[in-house]
Ligand binder design. Structure first.
Ligand code: ZN
Length: 207
């Protein structure tokens, strides 16, 4: 492969990378050429980070995958930006930096969109958070699916390891506390109206 045109080689590696970053991890170790190739920002911007989404603890500082993750983050890979924002907020208590990172990276993966609403309400930007969560739910299309995405974000928070210092007790602001408790709506059985409310309460308890 060393004799291939660099652009063709990059295209091939991009396709490998979409399947799994673990293939790229092997390439990183194989030779200087592959190291250059696999470290190329175009590859790392597009590479699938599914293994990190399956186990977000792999992005932590003590993980052997952290250097590779860091390269993907520096290449503006959207999944890397989402996961790093969760790490900054949940593990380091740096929710402001996390929200800034989310603003810079857009609505993909959908967990990033949900997380933006979550951090907005926890940092006191209530109106913005309601607008964000409304556009998120209508874009996802079904409440059940939106709820599943929100639950995934909390799975990632638990995998990364939240600090539990309740760092947002003073900034969290929910302007219109839901009144659907009479309908047995609860933290583990949310209705559409109080979707973000319960998730933000969960965040307050964990982070
Ligand atoms: Zn409710």
């Amino acid at each position: 492969m060393e004799k291939l045109d660099i652009n063709i080689a990059l295209d091939i590696v991009s396709r490998v990378g979409e399947d799994s970053f673990k293939a790229l991890g092997g390439m990183l170790l194989a030779s200087k050429f592959y190291h250059y190739l696999a470290s190329h920002p175009i590859v790392l911007n597009n590479v699938s980070l599914q293994p990190f989404l399956a186990d977000a603890s792999l992005i932590n500082e003590d993980s052997i995958y952290r250097p590779f993750f860091r390269l993907c983050l520096d290449s503006l890979n959207p999944t890397a930006a989402y996961l790093e924002s969760i790490r900054l907020a949940a593990k380091l208590g740096r929710a402001e930096d996390a929200l800034r990172l989310l603003y810079s990276s857009g609505n993909s993966p959908p967990q990033a969109w949900f997380s933006r609403a979550l951090l907005e309400v926890c940092l006191g930007f209530y109106q913005e958070s309601i607008a964000t969560i409304d556009s998120f739910i209508s874009s996802i299309g079904s409440f059940r699916q939106a709820d599943a995405i929100g639950s995934t974000v909390f799975k990632h928070i638990m995998q990364i390891g939240p600090v539990k210092i309740r760092s947002h007790a003073n900034t969290w602001h929910y302007g219109d506390i839901p009144t659907c408790f009479a309908t047995r709506c609860r933290i583990d059985r949310r209705c559409r109206q109080c979707f973000l409310y319960w998730f933000s309460v969960m965040y307050l308890l964990l982070c």
